[in-house]
Design a protein around this ligand. Sequence first.
Ligand code: CAA
Length: 277
Amino acid sequence: MKVGVVGLGTMGAGIAQLAVEAGLETVGREVTDELGEKARGRIEHFLSRKVEKSQIDSFDIGLLSLTTDVSAFAECDVVIEAIVEELEPKRKLFAELERVCRADAVLATNTSALSVTEIAGATSTPERVVGMHFFNPAPLMPLVEIVRAERTSDGAFGTAYALGERLGKHPIRCHDTPGFVVNRILIPLLNDCVRVLDEARVTPADLDAGMKHGAGWPMGPCELVDLVGIDVHVHASEALWEKLREPRMAPPARLVAMANAGLLGRKSGRGFYEYGR
Ligand code: CAA
């Protein structure tokens, strides 16, 4: 099986890493060679650490080929999209993928809160479009949501599910509803946590300690939003709010202000916390 990954940011690089680790030929596309090389460096680093820690015996980075050209996906069996979380760029990309990919290739989106059906609607073959939603950090989080859009075929759904298993994940099946399963619950919950910061006049460190030590979370909500990216969380939150109109879905003003100020969390060096770069 040959896998394509479009966009080698945090999520895309993580997915490409899983594919290489699973021994699959992988084509990764970034907009510049420089960004592609940066992703390859990260993938090599994390896989080398896994070898050092004896979690895997070896890996073959030669399985990963980099490109800036979408036509390099022509021979892929499955292409997973992990570009910017905005509908129009995704729709444009899927129309392009439909033109360049084999007719039997499955086209998957890693969108976290947009409608897979609306993305699929940009193609004339929506039956081969499916959601494959990984969680951040993709190499470490065991879950992948396999999302059936309105017109997804059983064949495409089955291929995506099998690929999820092949990548070592625990796939769950769901339909294309806002936020799917986990984000439908997690995003308003994280929004509540951020609102409590102001309401209870608690510091991010104390709130995080509260949820870790009082609710058994592996990391606190402020640490988690910093990991996900303040901008990514705000985008996903806005998408849910637009569809469901529940006040808890709307991004808290504090997060919107942070996103506007460029405080994006770990990736920008500062969010709720500061990070060495
Ligand atoms: N690939 C492989 N290894 C990686 C890695 C990667 N991309 N990133 C980090 N690691 C490695 C680290 O290098 C580290 O190893 P070394 O230090 O030995 O090099 C190792 O993983 C473990 O790192 P940690 O000590 O930080 O790991 P941990 O045991 O504390 O667990 C965690 C980290 C899995 C992230 C855990 O804290 C956790 O489960 N947090 C919750 C994460 C979560 O909820 N994610 C979902 C976000 S929501 C989402 O993603 C949905 C959306 O659509 C927005």
